[in-house]
Design a protein around this ligand. Structure first.
Ligand code: GSH
Length: 302
């Protein structure tokens, strides 16, 4: 079996979502630590310009975005499932809540709370990432509102756990848990005082410790250099272009994220589905690789 490589950094909340999913599945994987800010000279040869974290690599195949990474993990390793109660579509759609609304609240609470302790280089980098001011003063002003918003969201989690279930969709952990968990984990680890409110609720505290107890699977590490060599020495897997994209099959396209970190990825469309697009690209360091991007939240241009 070819190794699962996760390009990540330990403080990354979206990586934590994937790490918990790897834990639910009890998988062995290798962490490839990437920088928290640009430049990322050992990541971009694989992704073709996409800079966000996490990125999963298996051989010469590269999956962008935690949503698609989790989908691919479920496809390759269906047991134990990330959807213990079924509800696959709903489970996956939860990301639209956790990765946007909940994440934005967590970011404002953490960075507003940290205030002038946020390093200048990080602020500049995140401004370049989003194309907007990373306004710590505005975040600070938004903390009371965002704290109330987060509390309302945490109340939804508590409501779901209210019948005494161990995890959000029943007795076993799933993607819903990993998704709802990682923002609270982020607050807890990056700005602990802001976690006091939700940690005081025994229902939430118990659930948080059960999800933490799932672990991260069998983690080892690889260097970025090793990951690049693995891509260079491997051949990407084959795939098919869906009927709906027939007009673009085999043509050069550009794909970019819709929200932030919109650096375009250019390649030949060699695969697609309602959930993803696959672009073949050539790079002097890694040779031929195929980059798999999500469809939801990504723009494709022919
Ligand atoms: N929708 C993306 C969001 C990824 C994201 O925003 N990741 C953060 C780190 S957790 C990031 O890339 N920040 C900028 C950076 O690390 O360069 C996903 O689910 O993977």
């Amino acid at each position: 079996m070819t190794d699962i490589l996760l390009h990540q950094y330990d403080t990354s909340p979206f990586s934590e979502k994937v790490r918990v999913c790897l834990g639910i599945k009890g998988l062995a994987w290798r962490a490839v630590d990437q920088p928290v800010i640009m430049p990322k000279p050992d990541l971009l040869p694989l992704t073709g310009g996409y800079r966000r974290i996490p990125v999963m690599q298996i051989g010469a195949d590269i999956w962008l975005d935690s949503v698609l990474i989790v989908r691919e993990l479920e496809r390759r390793f269906p047991e134990p499932t990330l959807f213990p109660a079924g509800d696959r579509g709903l489970g996956a759609a939860l990301a639209l809540w956790t990765d946007r609304t909940m994440f934005q609240a967590a970011v404002a609470i953490i960075f507003g709370g940290l205030g002038d302790k946020v390093p200048e280089a990080f602020i500049r980098d995140r401004e370049a990432l989003s194309g907007r001011p990373f306004d710590v003063v505005a975040m600070k002003a938004a903390v009371p509102h965002m704290t109330a918003q987060l509390a309302a969201q945490v109340a939804l989690i508590a409501e779901q756990l209210g019948d005494g279930r161990k995890f959000l969709t029943g007795a076993q952990p799933g993607l819903a848990d990993a998704s709802a968990y990682y923002n609270l984990w982020f607050i807890r680890s990056a700005f602990p005082p802001a976690a006091a409110g939700f940690e005081a609720d025994p229902l939430i505290a118990g659930w948080l410790s059960r999800v933490a107890g799932v672990g991260h699977g069998e983690r080892s590490s690889a260097t970025p250099e090793q990951a690049l060599d693995i891509a260079r020495d491997a051949t990407p897997i084959g795939s098919e272009v869906a009927e709906q994209d027939a007009a673009l099959a085999g043509k050069e396209v550009t794909v970019s994220a819709e929200d932030y970190g919109r650096d375009p990825i250019r390649g030949v469309l060699v695969g697609s589905s309602p959930h993803h697009m696959s672009l073949r690209r050539e790079d002097p360091r890694v040779g031929t690789v195929v980059v798999h991007t999500p469809r939801l939240g990504f723009v494709v241009r022919g």
